[in-house]
Design a protein around this ligand. Sequence first.
Ligand SMILES: Nc1nc2c(ncn2[C@@H]2O[C@H](COP(=O)(O)OP(=O)(O)OP(=O)(O)O)[C@@H](O)[C@H]2O)c(=O)[nH]1
Ligand SMILES: [K+]
Ligand SMILES: [Mg+2]
Length: 437
Amino acid sequence: MTQDTIFALATPPGRGAIAVLRLSGPAVGPTLKALGAGGLKPRLASVRELNHDGVAIDQALVLRFVGPHSYTGEDAAELHLHGGRAVVEAASRALIALGLRPAEPGEFTRRAFQNGRMDLAQAEAVADLIDAETVAQARQALGQLDGKLSQTYAGFRRDLLKALALVEAEIDFPDEEVPDNLARTAGPVLEQLARDLHRAVEDGARGERVRDGYRIVLIGETNAGKSSLFNALIQREAAIVTPIAGTTRDVLDAELVIGGYAVTLSDTAGLRDSDDPVEAEGVRRARARAEGADLRLWVRAPGDVEGVAADYVRSGDLIVANKSDLASADIRSQGWDQIAVSSHTGAGLGELHDWIAARLERDLSGADFPAITRERHRLRLSEALSDVKVGLRALEVSPEMAGDDLRRAARALSRVTGEIGVEEVLGEVFSTFCIGK
Ligand SMILES: Nc1nc2c(ncn2[C@@H]2O[C@H](COP(=O)(O)OP(=O)(O)OP(=O)(O)O)[C@@H](O)[C@H]2O)c(=O)[nH]1
Ligand SMILES: [K+]
Ligand SMILES: [Mg+2]
């Protein structure tokens, strides 16, 4: 089956200094020739008068790549056009007339994957890099594109195959040795692998937090000044502030960047018992959001009692003693750091910001391990981990059973980088791409 030759605008749509049309597929060579850009040296930028049917299209910078030495692994080209709508449209019409078709979202990267130019984890990194809005997101995506995450997974798989080989040797050549020989040789390899997988899976979702945002929730009694602090931190009046207790009902989210990390900050309803069903629902949502957060800021005003909020903070959370302009409040409680602020005067907000930045650095900065960045990976690694654990137990009784468990674990690991069982995940991975990538 011959591949279609595809093209897409690789730069943002609209008017600009330059627009890049990207082409990939077997017809790239003849297409360039038909447009008046034949005989180009690969990987060397050349200026050509592009035309079709005798009508001039543009004076363009043209780059030609010969497969497999291209992004997709196929013959490919880039047309750097003058970035006007009419020019791009004329070029696109000519390409369609020459038998090319517009690319689907992510189709270039999908071809790169299918031609072995990158594995699935690296293809996902391409999408992450395009979407990256913080320095930490870009750094993480670049590491993944570099293959750091793939190498980690490959290491897991190597250890697993080592153990599997020992088990299979036992199946093929039984009863020469003592029965616990296998547990002695394959056991330690699998135990170490189980520890490594566990550490990767239970990493506090570090990679996902960098990618999707670290979740910080403001909780506390009514009128503590949560919404005032929320507005002060995001520097706009997004939340309603009034002296009436029970003003906030819905959870309000805002995205911000602190110390290079993406953060989702949430304002919530003040915690108190209420007969008002609307407020009671707000309180329920506040509690649920606090439960799932990475960090809770317990906002307290002078005179606030320990109260219900105490049930929702955990060690490692922070007490923010608000309204420091009213009283030099010291409401220190056991086990929590405390920072005094005033949402009104701005006092202490710098210190609060620095404290949060330090926390983000502690929780999210690169440890000894490239972080898992997607739920898809975490699920497969968890499957592999539980199969390895079951296999470890089976070692004692039946090498055949252990072999089955370990083969299942190997399949789960392979699906992360797309070595096998790949069709079902392709759609999921590439559907989120933009066109032209
Ligand atoms: N003096 C002083 N007043 C503040 C400060 N922060 C908030 N307030 C006032 O405290 C009152 C309650 O503030 P909100 O931000 O609505 O408090 P909240 O915790 O969101 O209240 P609920 O949404 O009702 O739970 C308002 O009148 C604010 O102006 C502060 O730092 N100093
Ligand atoms: K209020
Ligand atoms: Mg409020």
